[in-house]
Design a binder for this molecule. Structure first.
Ligand SMILES: NC(=O)c1ccc[n+]([C@@H]2O[C@H](COP(=O)([O-])OP(=O)(O)OC[C@H]3O[C@@H](n4cnc5c(N)ncnc54)[C@H](OP(=O)(O)O)[C@@H]3O)[C@@H](O)[C@H]2O)c1
Length: 301
């Protein structure tokens, strides 16, 4: 199985190490060795690398998409003449992968899942290399689709001892989990990025009062599209903040690194979905505008 991992960031580094026995090729802007640390283990990993300009989907059987949303035009170009044999897995946050990638991909080729794995970018002082640190090993939920490569992928997961953490559920069940994560991200990400605080600190400052309207607006939208959400979602959001208290959200990390954020695929997706059912999401709109205002000071990188 020829495996490509699109991206060279935190998630891509983690999955390149996890699936090292398949000799994955990383696709991105800059390759090279990096250090992956997990608990007390520390490994130097040097995956094969292809730049976006020379990589092509026809070279691979399976592709894991692990980029941030601003890289989506490059991902679309990578898949533009994809054959129907290709299987694609996306574990990106936010929503809109299907709209962005079908076509050229068919619905049977694209598994959009959700993961609770947590990895942060780092720098290894000992080796002077870029690094990634696994802060939590969670689970990946994937929709079960009728693609001939899926049984091979499942066997691969069993062979690697990952069968317990990669779960295959109905498309509807995964879509629900994606909405839950979307809403959690739509609250925690922009608030922590605006306040420049960790996930734990955000619940203790006045800005957190906006979490109530963010949740209510998102809940009305999901209800209008027939998506039943857990009734204790407010508790789950606060609990997630406590469980990841010392973490900086990925949006705060993007702001610190002066990178464009994923706000348009998170809060922006809720706003766009609200419009399709004649609703409004004014708090999500306000936060999206504020994050965009911060981004206007960044270089276009
Ligand atoms: N990290 C986690 O714990 C975690 C957990 C769950 C889900 N996710 C999701 O997984 C996805 C990847 O996250 P990550 O943490 O790996 O992000 P990351 O460390 O910031 O890496 C992002 C990747 O996207 C590329 N990229 C970003 N903007 C680009 C642009 N404008 N043009 C070209 N390439 C660009 C980066 O390339 P350069 O390095 O060349 O800029 C890098 O390869 C995101 O959707 C994230 O929300 C992450």
């Amino acid at each position: 199985m020829r495996l490509a991992i699109l991206g060279t960031g935190a998630m891509a580094r983690y999955y390149a190490k996890l699936f090292a026995s398949l000799n994955p090729v990383m696709v991105g802007r800059q390759g090279g060795s990096y250090v992956l640390s997990q608990d007390r283990d520390r490994s130097i990993v040097t995956p094969e690398f292809l730049h976006w300009t020379v990589a092509h989907s026809s070279l691979f059987d399976l592709v894991i998409v692990a980029v941030k949303w601003p890289a989506m035009p490059l991902v679309q170009s990578f898949f533009k003449d994809a054959g129907s044999d290709l299987l694609v897995i996306s574990l990106m946050n936010g929503m809109g992968q299907e709209e962005a990638l079908i076509p050229p991909l068919s619905p049977e080729q694209l598994m959009v899942g959700v993961t609770t794995d947590a990895v942060t970018l780092d720098h290894d002082d000992e080796s002077g290399l870029p690094a990634a640190r696994v802060t939590a090993v969670g689970h990946c939920l994937m929709p079960l689709i009728p693609h001939p490569l899926v049984p091979f992928w499942q066997q691969q997961l069993k062979d690697l001892g990952l069968w317990g953490s990669w779960k295959f559920l109905s498309a509807e069940a995964v879509r629900r989990e994606r909405w839950v994560k979307l809403i959690q991200n739509s609250i925690i990400n922009p608030l922590t990025a605006l306040a420049n605080v960790t996930n734990g600190e955000i619940t203790r400052i006045p800005l957190w009062t906006l979490s109530r309207s963010l949740l209510e607006e998102a809940r009305k939208v999901s209800h209008a599209i027939g998506m039943a959400l857990p009734s204790d979602l407010d508790f789950r959001v606060s609990q997630l903040c406590q469980m990841t208290a010392s973490n900086k959200s990925s949006m705060l990390q993007d702001i610190e690194r002066r990178r464009m954020t994923e706000i348009d695929s998170i809060n922006g997706y809720i706003i766009r979905t609200a419009r399709t059912v004649s609703l409004q999401a004014p708090t999500h709109e306000a936060l999206t505008q504020l994050i965009h205002a911060m981004e206007t000071h960044f270089d276009a990188s």
